[in-house]
Ligand binder design. Structure first.
Ligand code: PHE
Ligand code: NA
Length: 453
């Protein structure tokens, strides 16, 4: 029997899928967001909740997304629609795909702004601008950047073009080619920098901050942040992994692949934390400094060390590569859907979407200068995009996916697609039917209760 394939293309083999999905997962979420939200939420206890969420909620949902994508072989919106039809359900399930494509656009808008900062730092490091910089100067420099609308605009635009150029190339000539070049580079850079950070001293205090469990630091708010981040960091709840799964070869096993991707993503986040917190404490900086944490602490550390600007340069290149491979996957669900729906080529689809995300990104840029007074519920536009996606839309999307896969899709379809050993199938089935939906619903409910009661 001829294997059904996506009209968009297919990964050459299972390794390309693993690398591409890891490229999607490993991004600013690991290196920029994880350390700063861990700092804001008090350290160890937050990390523990996050790890539990990855294991009990993230991994089962990632299995479901790959499964739905590979069985549907289309954009998430249309894959969910077809699977709903296969199981004699209403096609309204495709609304989860819609919310995901929208979330992708919204995440991209602030992602591109931060990636723009990263590119600016790549250039600055190459220039030797940060040699000998102290923590006060580094803080000032970052603040100056945030106030400089033109510079921000340039780097944001560069990033949008970089991403759209790859996505326009298509699954094989764009996504797969970028994956094959960038992912090995990413691992090499990470390895060099890990070795560097382990020799830089002040390791113990940073380690302690990450792994010392102090439950008094936990609030329901921080539990929601940990849950949301487990979705964000694994690229779940919005269709990126589903889209990538739709290009996956049929004979590759889903379970093992997913565990590997989740493991790599978690490792990178912990390594990033171990690279950043020792520097924070060694320089008497504040771990709760927020989104600027990485952009202030790292230049200080690299500035003080012999040859530091070379490592600093490499570090920011690493972050740029990680952000690039993730941003590509943020756009794939919407681009694939546009190609299917309007029967157009990828280039016009990418151009139209590029203009949209660029414009939304400009509003995010403005949050740091000309739009800093615009606030909804105390949040700037930038914060709002982050909060609405990570803490609401992704967990909600994940909840729909869990209910769809766990309760709605016919069991024979699940077993056929997963081809797992009986024990593992039962474990997954239990997690996706009960553990994941109950955890997401309970954390939502308790947060609402705490807000209004
Ligand atoms: N997982 C990416 C990160 O950690 C962000 C992302 C979210 C990418 C959702 C795609 C989809 O940075
Ligand atoms: Na991640």
């Amino acid at each position: 029997m001829q294997e059904k394939l996506s009209i968009h293309g297919a990964w050459s083999n299972r390794w390309v899928f693993i690398l591409a999905a890891t490229g999607s997962a490993v991004g600013l979420g690991n290196i920029w967001k994880f350390p700063y939200i861990t700092g804001e939420n008090g350290g160890g206890a937050f990390v523990l909740v996050y790890l539990v969420c990855i294991l009990m909620v993230g991994i089962p949902i990632m299995v479901s997304e790959v499964l739905i994508g590979r069985r549907g072989r289309q954009s998430p919106i249309n894959s969910m629609k077809d699977l709903a039809v296969e199981s004699e359900l209403t096609t309204k399930w495709s609304l989860a795909g819609w919310m995901g494509a929208l979330a992708g656009v919204m995440i991209f808008s602030f992602y591109s702004v931060v990636a723009g900062w990263v590119l600016y730092y790549v250039a600055g490091m190459a220039n030797g601008d940060f040699i000998d910089i102290g923590s006060e100067m580094a803080g000032k420099r970052f603040e100056t950047l945030l106030g400089d609308f033109e510079t921000l605009l340039i780097w944001h635009s560069v990033f949008v073009i970089m991403v759209m150029a790859v996505v326009a190339g298509g699954v094989n000539k764009g996504l797969e080619r970028a994956t094959r070049i960038m992912m090995p580079a990413l691992f090499v850079l990470l390895f060099i920098l890990l070795a560097y950070s382990m020799t830089s001293g002040a390791f113990g205090q940073g380690f302690d901050f990450l792994f010392h469990f102090d439950p008094s630091q936990l609030t329901w708010d921080s539990v929601l942040v940990a849950l949301g981040h487990s979705f964000f960091t694994l690229s779940l709840g919005m269709g990126s992994i589903m889209a990538y799964g739709s290009y996956m070869p049929k004979k590759a096993s889903i379970g093992g692949t997913v565990v590997m991707i989740a493991l790599l993503d978690t490792l990178v986040a912990l390594v990033a934390g171990l690279a950043i917190f020792p520097i924070v404490f060694a320089n008497q900086l504040d771990p709760g400094a927020g989104p600027g944490l990485m952009f202030i602490t790292l230049p200080v550390a690299f500035g003080q060390m012999p040859g530091g600007h070379i490592f600093g340069f490499l570090f920011f290149v690493l972050i740029a590569v990680a952000a690039w491979t993730s941003a590509i996957s943020l756009m794939e669900p919407a681009v694939a859907w546009m190609v299917e729906k309007f029967k157009i080529k990828r280039l016009p689809a990418c151009t139209a979407l590029g203009v949209l995300v660029w414009a939304l990104g400009v509003a995010c840029l403005g949050s740091f200068n000309f739009m800093s007074d615009f606030k909804v519920a105390g949040m700037t536009f930038f914060d709002l995009m982050d909060f609405a996606t990570a803490n609401i839309m992704l967990p909600l999307g994940g909840l729909f996916i869990a209910i769809f896969a766990g309760w709605k899709v016919k069991q024979y379809a699940l077993q056929d697609e997963l081809a797992m050993q009986r024990f593992w199938f039962s474990a997954w089935y239990f997690a996706i039917r009960y553990v994941a939906p109950v955890a997401v619903a309970a954390i939502f409910a308790l947060n609402l209760y705490n807000k209004f009661a």
